[in-house]
Design a protein around this ligand. Structure first.
Ligand SMILES: Cc1ncc(COP(=O)(O)O)c(C=O)c1O
Length: 494
């Protein structure tokens, strides 16, 4: 039997009390006003803006306008560049917050996906076992150090982190339900991990779980004190490099001491590598720099090869078996509908092979060091503007001086009028001008508005770094007053 629509159409006459509620209200077979794929591709910027406003997120348009994103329609993307509707090539130093390790449309990824489609392969892996999910899990276990061998596949970083928290919580047991997390952490926005994401904005006014303990990031004494004070703590979760916090790292000794402390107190350590993993730091996992292994970790973003949504939680066999190791417990958190679907797995398998075949991790380390070196030269040239340059590999933070209090008095009210969030934050102005005048895209930072995050694809070469540095030099060379004036001018022109 065909399903009949039962929802009330906007233009339908009101239902009387006597009409049965399941009465179909649109004639069977009447086609709603649907856009086609061709319509989507041909859409103008103005139409896109209207639809974004009407159906996606009207409030977000405000920020897009501030940063100049609202004038751009990306038509194609390849390697390090987007190309917009006017044929303008935009250098991508944003990299989808770490989602584009392989760059845009890597030819081997495209080829693997095309072949998979041409061969009529299957996608949904929820009934039969999947050779693709099995191969991807095996590859991740082969890459992950120690006994990080058990893999749960999902489609977002939040989903992988939810899985990480759940496996650890079950393995820690009901007498150790408390979870330590760090100040300025970001682990996702879904309801579970929201309680471990330290953002007033994202937390909104949602009910959080009460079993959490917050510590400063990288503070081993605070963690020791917490573990000693509260025997109910069973899990600690930390990004190995804080992304949303503004590219914050802890020294290798911190991770070594953390491992020892967790072993001593029998606490499970979850390393969130959703943003810093997949080679970005110059190691496949950023924790490898310290020569220690967590009990659980999570990957997402670049695991999808820049082409699909793919995420993985990887747990030590011991932890996994404790949580879900028997037929009775196996289905508590088994794959969701889209966990391990075919083409996404094939994309990830090919992507991992490309990473090693093209030595992208080595490239991140070498060219990332060059990027930091060139940025430090700019810091020496503009010490009154650049406060700090930091990071590892292609996970780099560029922190500007905080001008919120010291902007010239003339400019302060004008800037405040534009937006409360950007007030005095040079990163917004510099980012907008890099895009407008120099065709370069960079990323902003949720919790520290003075930091620009640089996470280019790992295929980035020295020539791309040089292009980026020349653009940044040209913007900073204008001086603070002109940067801010130009920005204000660009906003009032529209
Ligand atoms: C460290 C970290 N964990 C988790 C997430 C959540 O990933 P997703 O946006 O795919 O849900 C992110 C996303 O930015 C992240 O940076």
């Amino acid at each position: 039997m065909l399903d009949t629509p039962t929802r009330v159409a906007a233009d339908a006459p009101p239902l009387s009390d006597t009409q049965p509620l399941d009465r179909p209200v649109s004639p069977r077979g009447k086609r709603p006003d649907l856009l086609t794929v061709a319509d989507a591709k041909a859409m103008s910027v103005a139409e896109m803006t209207e639809l974004f406003k009407d159906h996606i997120n009207p409030g977000q348009l405000h920020f897009m306008k501030l940063l100049g994103f609202h004038k751009i329609k990306i038509e194609t993307a390849s390697g390090m560049y987007y190309t917009d509707q006017n044929g303008r090539k935009i250098l991508d130093f944003f990299g989808g917050f770490g989602s584009l390790a392989l760059g845009h449309n890597h030819p081997r990824i495209i080829e693997a996906r095309k072949q998979f489609q041409d061969e009529d392969r299957h996608e949904i892996a929820i009934a039969f076992m999947s050779q693709y999910a099995s191969a991807l899990a095996k590859n991740l276990a082969a890459i992950a150090p120690g006994d990080l061998d058990m893999v749960f596949l999902g489609s977002s970083g939040s989903e992988a982190m939810e899985a990480a928290i759940k496996v650890a919580e079950r393995a820690a047991g009901p007498k150790r339900p408390k979870i330590v997390y760090a100040a300025n952490s970001f682990h996702g926005k879904t309801k579970g991990v929201l309680s471990l994401t330290d953002s007033e904005l994202y937390r909104g006014e949602f009910q959080l779980t009460g079993n959490t303990v917050k510590v400063p990031f990288g503070d081993i004494d605070a963690i020791r004190n917490a573990f000693e004070a509260d025997p109910e703590i069973g899990v600690i979760v930390l990004e190995t490099i804080q992304g949303g916090g503004g590219i914050i790292e802890a020294p290798v000794e911190f991770w070594q001491q953390l491992r020892a402390l967790c072993d001593k107190h029998d606490v499970l350590w979850i390393a969130d590598e959703v943003q810093c993993g997949m080679g970005r730091s110059g190691h496949f996992f950023a924790f490898e720099k310290a020569g220690v292994v967590p009990d659980v970790t999570a990957l997402a973003k670049s695991l999808g090869g820049g082409k699909t949504a793919m995420a993985a939680m990887i747990a030590s066999r011991k932890v996994y078996m404790k949580a879900y190791g028997t037929p009775k417990t196996a289905m508590i958190h088994a794959q969701a509908t889209f966990g391990g679907i075919g083409e996404a797995c094939v994309t990830a398998i090919e992507g991992l092979n490309v990473m090693y075949d093209e030595d992208l991790i080595g490239n991140a380390e070498r060219v990332g060091s060059y990027l930091i070196e060139r940025l430090k030269e700019l810091q020496a040239k503009y010490p009154q503007i650049i406060k700090d340059v930091r990071g590892s590999g292609f996970m780099v933070g560029l922190e500007f001086q905080d001008f919120s209090q010291t902007l010239p008095a003339l400019l302060r009210p004008m800037v405040a009028l534009l937006d409360d969030k950007l007030k005095g934050s040079l990163s917004g102005f510099v980012g907008a001008e890099l895009l407008r005048d120099h065709d370069v895209l960079v990323a902003f930072t949720e919790y520290n508005r003075n930091v620009i995050r640089l996470e280019p694809p790992l295929v980035c070469g020295r020539e791309h770094v040089d292009q980026f540095i020349a653009a940044l030099d040209a913007v900073l060379g204008r001086g603070i007053v002109r940067i801010v004036r130009d920005f204000i001018g660009s906003q009032t022109k529209k």
